[in-house]
Design a protein around this ligand. Structure first.
Ligand code: ATP
Ligand code: MG
Length: 319
């Protein structure tokens, strides 16, 4: 049974949700926001409660086999995508959950339209899909480094100054289509400050066990921090919608990032109120008949009734 604190947290993510362009400014959000919540020490316990709630919702989603949930994570390096995915999704049943990472595209992927490689990895009905980076890179890294466009094999006449606006439109149409197909889409921008990114890079360099997480390329991208922020600002403004909202998640404090994302994921699954399928009267009669046959078989073998172990049986009083 979730605690009172956990129940109140279910609404936490709403403060960071963006569903349209009206009045949106990335600058209105702050990477080190924690809404003055003093919950750092209780995060593990709260995430455990979230994991339980999520697992129960996922079971229904899977059994119902109608809706699917797509969670997209975008961020700059060291903002905590991997850790957030690991800590928030830990309670999910792998049977109905797949995570995919999208790095620089292969030559085969570049030979197709930009939605091709992610379309292949969309979650099937009843499943939860996690995208660690996504088609949004096409409006982020590609915009910050437009020379990448030159490697995309696009017909020259289609590469015009309008290309970013066109990509926004195409993505909004695509997400509208997916939502009409039963895909519940939620997009997360983990918003880290340049100061906190520097601190995490230094930590990665100082600790041998974290060396693998650091690459010199990350330092190069850091030089474009402001360009990325401008690109994120534009992307969120143009692609936030009621059917595929963005969450601008403060990412300077990992514990807070995780609580906000957990709250949004629970809200996402709850939004379609998944229920266990019910069987019709005929199937119910068949189930009852099967139960009677199995009980009869157990009785004939001299076994106790299932569900009542010997130990659980009331002791007969000795006379
Ligand atoms: P991450 O940086 O996500 O934690 P990683 O460090 O394991 O993952 P990288 O080798 O850094 O993996 O791969 C991610 C890089 O791939 C990012 O710099 C990202 O911008 C780039 N990338 C992803 N999609 C595209 C794309 N469509 N076009 C160009 N570059 C892309
Ligand atoms: Mg990287």
């Amino acid at each position: 049974m979730p605690s009172e604190t956990h129940r109140s947290l279910t609404r936490l993510s709403r403060h960071f949700r963006v569903t349209g362009r009206d009045g949106f400014r990335l600058r209105a959000f702050s990477p080190d926001d924690t809404r003055d919540l003093q919950l750092k020490d209780r995060t593990d316990a709260l995430l455990e409660e979230s994991a339980e709630v999520m697992a129960q919702l996922q079971e229904r989603l899977y059994a119902q086999d109608r809706w699917s949930v797509l969670l997209i994570f975008q961020a700059m390096d060291a903002a905590g995508k991997d850790g957030t995915i690991k800590h928030v999704m830990t309670g999910l049943n792998p049977r109905g959950c797949e995570a995919h990472s999208f790095k620089a595209p292969s030559s085969e992927e570049l030979d197709h339209d930009f939605l091709w490689r992610t379309s292949n990895k969309l979650p099937r009905r009843g499943h939860i899909g996690i995208f660690n980076r996504s088609y949004y890179e096409e409006m982020l890294v590609v915009r910050v480094h437009p020379e990448i466009l030159g490697r995309q094999q696009l017909p020259a006449e289609l590469v015009t100054p309008r290309i970013w606006k066109e990509r926004f439109e195409d993505v909004v149409s695509y997400e509208r289509y997916l939502s009409r197909q039963g895909v519940v889409i939620r997009k997360f921008f983990l918003y880290v400050s340049p100061e906190e990114q520097r601190r995490r890079f230094l930590e990665r360099i100082a600790e041998p066990d974290k060396h693998w997480k650091f690459s010199l390329g990350d330092l190069h991208e850091r030089e474009f921090f402001d360009d990325y922020l401008a690109a994120y600002d534009d992307v969120i403004r143009h692609t936030a919608s009621p059917f595929a909202p963005w969450y601008v998640v403060p990412a300077d404090h990992k514990w807070f990032t995780r609580l906000v994302v957990a709250s949004a994921v629970i809200e996402a699954i709850e939004s379609v109120q998944p229920t266990f399928p019910t069987v019709d009267a005929k199937t119910l009669r068949q189930l009852k008949a099967a139960e009677a046959a199995l009980l009869h078989e157990a009785q004939a073998a001299g076994l106790p009734r299932p569900g009542r172990t010997r130990a659980a049986r009331p002791r007969r009083r000795r006379s």
